[in-house]
Ligand binder design. Structure first.
Ligand code: BEZ
Length: 178
């Protein structure tokens, strides 16, 4: 791993990196899309009423902006061990290439992804249903709605427009106004 390892966060890792890092910066991952398609029975919901959190799906012509973290090799085992525990709903590690925004440098990085082989994968659903699920669910890590709002704010701070997140925020706003 030539003395360093990069981790790409596209969800809660953007605003809540509770691990040490050497540097971080916005980065772009092409060929993937971010979707609220992963069930959360343990963080933003319960086994009886799972919430929804983001995962990534391969998608030609799409790109995802998130936050890349450069980690010291000597911290790696502990950080990845902690993340494996934190994401105990079972995301798998992938190695991908990202482009760091400030330098345009292409960098190999790790991501955590849940796909349809994951027992908690919730998959596609009408956006209205996803928004309503997010509005009503809550788990040990807090309200599912807080997760959506924090992601929305974190992306705005990165100057990123994510149409899926934006559409969910709009549906939530519409429902809160009625
Ligand atoms: C992320 O922010 O990249 C992330 C957070 C939790 C699980 C998987 C990915």
């Amino acid at each position: 791993m030539d003395g360093e390892c990069w981790l790409f966060g596209y969800g809660s890792l953007i605003w809540r990196p509770d691990f040490p890092y050497l540097e971080r910066g916005p980065a772009r991952l092409t060929g993937w899309k971010r979707r609220f398609w992963q069930g959360s029975p343990d963080h933003r919901g319960t086994p009886d009423a799972p919430g929804r959190v983001v995962t990534l799906l391969p998608a030609e012509g799409h790109a995802v902006t998130g936050m890349a973290y450069r980690l010291a090799e000597h911290d790696l085992a502990e950080i990845l061990g902690t993340l494996d525990h934190r994401e105990k709903a079972g995301y798998a590690q992938h190695r991908i290439s990202i482009e760091l925004r400030h330098t345009s440098r292409v960098q190999s990085a790790l991501i955590y992804v849940a796909d349809e082989t994951n027992a908690d994968f919730a998959g596609e659903a009408p956006l209205v249903e996803i928004a309503e699920q997010i509005m009503r669910c809550e788990g040990p890590s807090g309200r599912n709605l807080d997760y959506l709002q924090k992601l929305h704010v974190a992306l705005a701070e990165l100057d990123v427009h994510d149409s899926h997140v934006q559409a969910l925020m709009q549906l939530v706003a519409d429902r809160s106004a009625t």
